[in-house]
Design a protein around this ligand. Structure first.
Ligand SMILES: Cc1ncc(C[n+]2csc(CCOP(=O)(O)OP(=O)(O)O)c2C)c(N)n1
Ligand SMILES: [Mg+2]
Length: 380
């Protein structure tokens, strides 16, 4: 069994530090020095007209993801989660910022690093944790696991283990919405590694040709397993590749939830106005390994620590809340307690939920939605 790294304490430990250094407009100093935010030229308080309630919601939503993922890491270490498990710790601002730009009915689809996306779009922590542990109470009745959860109710279309596979499917979802004329937008998330795949560019071409309402969100965490961006491409930006197909886009500071939200709103407006797809390259960073077993030889501990100390997305909002007198330490402690309860409750629920019955092996294999055709004439 893979050894677990120490629990992520970034959101607590860096509190004081965050107040001094959390200027989200600062260029992120990353492995490649590329995590600058095209959209983040001003400090968020000046840039975004954000209410106290919004700030608190962003803080709460990001903290839920972080604490949930820490708990998932623990349960994995205890042998309660089998198979693959890719944690999202460090990247919380991406999905929380974009969900803040979405409206009810908009769709989302992503890769295997998907727990944060589920929580951010309103799926229940209990159902996600029970699925991770392979229990009946999970979103896929315990048969899908970490990478294969869906919720039609919350318009969440997975959870895809094949790198890049979700990209054409995301365009397909957007095609359906365009056909139905319902004004909905699809957020199609994929990584920097996935963005070197051919199917992404076939999808770009069709999406632009058909003016599909799809936002391609490249979560550029700068590594594809152990391969850094530097080793995989000479492209200066990934969003810039859309230009060949006529798709506009931009690079965003993915450690700044307000910058992500602002860019998301712009992209959504573009899509809803019928102008076709938009690309957001969101510069982010994962603190943990690629998955639970990761030799971590491709980057230094110092690189990770620097990012956590100086750029942590939760610390940035925490700092804004405190320095702007929008919240007190006690207010934030109360939120921390509330989140802890939700996460602990999800783990208890998961442990108590039974494993799926053997008969479940034969269910949920084919959809029953296709109308049955009349039996064909045997002689034709
Ligand atoms: C088609 C395919 N090729 C290779 C793999 C193995 N694999 C899993 S994740 C991954 C890296 C993808 O990196 P990126 O797109 O940057 O996403 P991240 O893991 O950083 O979120 C690879 C190569 C796979 N699952 N599917
Ligand atoms: Mg990556």
């Amino acid at each position: 069994m893979a050894r677990q790294p120490a629990q992520d304490k970034g959101a607590d430990r860096g509190a004081a530090k965050g107040r001094e250094s959390a200027n989200p407009s600062a260029a992120a100093d990353t492995a490649q020095g590329t995590a600058t935010a095209g959209a983040a030229k001003q400090a968020p308080a000046e840039r975004a007209n954000v209410s106290r309630d919004e700030l608190l919601k962003h803080y709460r939503d990001m903290l839920l993801i972080r604490r949930f993922e820490e708990k998932a890491g623990q349960l994995y270490g205890m042998g309660l989660i089998g198979g693959f498990c890719h944690l999202y710790i460090g990247q919380e601002a991406v999905v929380v910022g974009l969900e803040a730009a979405a409206e009810e009915g908009d769709k989302r689809i992503t890769s295997y690093r998907d727990h944060g996306h589920m929580l951010a779009c309103g799926m229940e922590a209990r159902g996600v944790m029970a699925e991770l542990t392979g229990r009946e109470g999970g979103y896929s009745k315990g048969k899908g696991g970490s990478m294969h959860m869906f919720s039609r109710e919350r318009h969440f279309y997975g959870g895809h283990g094949i790198v890049g596979a979700q990209v054409p499917i995301g365009a397909g979802l957007a095609f359906a919405d365009k056909y139905l004329g319902n004004g909905r937008v699809t957020f199609t998330y994929f990584g920097d590694g996935a963005s070197n795949q051919g199917q992404v560019y076939e999808t770009y071409n069709m999406a632009e040709l058909w003016e599909l309402p799809v936002i391609f969100v490249i979560e550029n965490n700068q590594y594809a397993m152990g391969t850094s961006m530097k080793r995989s491409t000479k492209s200066k930006t990934l969003f810039g590749r859309g230009e060949a197909f006529g798709i506009p886009g931009e690079q965003v500071d993915g450690m700044d939830v307000l910058a992500v939200k602002a860019a998301g709103q712009k992209a959504v407006a573009h899509c809803r106005a019928g102008k076709g797809p938009y690309i957001l390259e969101v510069m982010t960073y994962r603190y943990r390994g690629h998955s639970m077993s990761d030799p971590a030889k491709y980057r230094t501990r110092e690189e990770v620590q620097k990012m956590r100390d100086e750029r942590d997305p939760i610390e940035q909002i925490r700092s804004l809340l405190l320095t702007g007198n929008h919240a007190t330490e006690d207010d934030l402690k109360a939120i921390d307690r509330e989140i802890k309860e939700i996460v602990n409750d999800s783990a208890e629920f998961a442990k108590e939920s039974p494993e799926p019955a053997e008969a479940e092996l034969w269910t949920d294999i084919y959809a029953d939605l296709v109308p049955q055709a009349e039996p064909a004439d045997q002689n034709v």
